[in-house]
Design a protein around this ligand. Sequence first.
Ligand code: MN
Ligand code: MN
Length: 316
Amino acid sequence: MSDYNQPLSGNEMPRFAGTATMFRLPVALDPSSVDVGIVGVPLDIGTSNRVGARYGPRQIRAESVLVRPYGMATGAAPFDSFNVADLGDVALNTYNLEKSVGIIERHFDALLQQNLKTISLGGDHTVTLPILRAYAKKYGPLAVMHVDAHADMNEEMFGEKVTHGTIFRRAIEENLIDPKKMIQVGLRATGYAAEDFDWAKSKGVQVVPAEECWYHSLEPLMEDYRSNLGSEHPVYLSFDIDGLDPSCAPGTGTPEPGGLTTTQGIELIRGCSGLNLVGADLVEVSPPYDPSGNTALLAANLVFEMLCALPGCKKR
Ligand code: MN
Ligand code: MN
């Protein structure tokens, strides 16, 4: 029997009852004994179209009650491997994006003083920039595995430098990311300009449009990424749920047709196993556009897969 936090079993308390923390784990007020902290970042004032991602963390937690502790295909046993806890939400300023971005950075600065990894629940994709700012202070320029329909590499939006569509350009400019160690998967649909994906490519980012993913497994792609990168360099995984097709993930702010399948999303995360994954996020779930709950349920399962992909996760 493990000393680590265990999810409350669905055979002890019905899944629809009890407190809906992430994976039915305890909430930790003190992160010092936590190996992996789940952090909600309920921000949506960085969005350019539909809002609602502020409700993402709460809804992903609510749907996560169905996730059980063992991965049946991989044998992964994350809750026997790490002490995982729900660290609650960041207390944002709902009126001011710039201030909220500062609040998020300071929140993660404090968390990363501890010897822990974080998996964050968005919130819109803006949240990733301050998280990367905090991570880069600890690890230096990170490798980034980015799943998204969009490059999020715009120079600005409405004249603003920090929005959910500009974060990775800022992160590269600020040297938070090593662009030669970054891969973007699932990019597609329509752009503001025909050259929208080119700036990242000019910096050395590996851009994999959705069309290159259609109809086949993404295991070979991840095998290549792993062998190029090796198992040492710190990697951050940022998963925008709109990377997946709206048929599997309709509850999001800027949906684009022709996206990745659920299976491919899982392959991308499982393909991070063997990398030095130090943190991750799952962003852009918008519950008001998710009446079935399927998008949040999928997100909860993808977060489970992220836990399973962390270095040191035991396999049964
Ligand atoms: Mn995004
Ligand atoms: Mn997106």
